[in-house]
Design a protein around this ligand. Structure first.
Ligand code: MLT
Length: 276
């Protein structure tokens, strides 16, 4: 037996009386795992179960997974504020912050608001730029379609875009769990996240404040939404940042190549010896 404390899920209350489902496992330096859109904490299943030597904290963001789905309060800033409240509730002043895609936007916002609470940063399959005008219009079209048809048809279109070629044949372990997870996203949370992403700021200036925060950028080799060229530019803009390109993965590296992702995360965090 190792240092793992059994994984368990709690409900913690954050701002406005919203309760979030938080999965925790392990002991040691805290690592906050932030999922993307329209996903939930279970994208981190392998990391929660196998990232040895760390206290993994994986919340469902408001409006996704089994967290509360309030009618309002959706912005990248409020998601980050929710997560600061989560760290308070679980008793950590500082943590390493790891965010995937929309979770990466939230991680960068977390740095912007709570820099002194960040021991190390991992940005996965994400970008720093705000949406372009065309991108914002695309969010509005998706939102309108979700209101008319529900999230199901959009999920079917997203499936192919999110996954790499090999993952698209992993029916039991990737495709079906992903489909179920996305289809379970409540409409209000889905729309809230779309608006939050549409209205988010750019984070280029946050990159300039990252000196002193060990940073790792991870990207799937076949990521079509945030491709390796973006990840290379992102890593190049952060002094001392490391870049890892994960073969045979698209936009969802922790699900598509779980062992590799857990290995990369563990090696990075152990090497930078983050302090709590
Ligand atoms: C995500 O995976 O979180 C989203 O694709 C990000 C986005 O749409 O900008």
């Amino acid at each position: 037996m190792d240092d793992r404390s059994p994984r368990h899920v709690d409900r913690l209350t954050v701002g406005g009386g919203v309760t979030l489902a938080i999965e925790e496992s392990g002991r040691g330096h805290p690592v906050l795992l932030i999922h993307g859109f329209p996903l939930d904490r279970t994208i981190w299943r392998h990391q929660i179960d196998h990232l040895h030597g760390f206290h993994c904290i994986a919340p469902d963001l408001r409006g996704m997974g089994t967290s509360d789905c309030p009618t309002g309060g959706y912005s990248i800033a409020s998601y980050a504020e929710d997560l600061a409240a989560v760290l308070d509730r679980v008793g950590h002043a500082r943590a390493s912050i790891c965010g995937l895609s929309m979770g990466g936007y939230i991680a960068l916002e977390f740095v912007r608001q709570f820099r002194s609470r960040v021991s190390a940063l991992v940005l996965m399959d994400t970008r720093t730029g705000a949406d372009t005008e065309e991108g914002r219009q695309g969010r509005d079209r998706m939102a309108e379609r979700a209101r008319q048809e529900g999230v199901g048809p959009i999920v079917e279109e997203l499936m192919d875009k999110l996954l790499g070629a090999e993952s698209r044949s992993k029916t039991e372990t990737v495709v079906e769990p992903l489909r179920r997870m996305m289809r379970a996203t409540p409409l209000v949370g889905f729309l809230g996240a779309l608006a939050a992403m549409r209205d988010r700021r750019g984070y280029a200036e946050v990159l300039e404040t990252l000196a002193g925060i060990p940073t790792l950028v991870v990207v799937g080799e076949e990521d079509r939404l945030t491709p390796p060229s973006l990840a290379e530019a992102l890593a190049a803009a952060v002094p001392g940042a490391r870049l890892m390109v994960v073969p045979n993965a698209g936009h969802l590296v922790p699900m598509e190549q779980p062992e590799t992702t857990t290995g990369i995360l563990g090696e990075f965090l152990r090497s930078v010896k983050p302090t709590s």
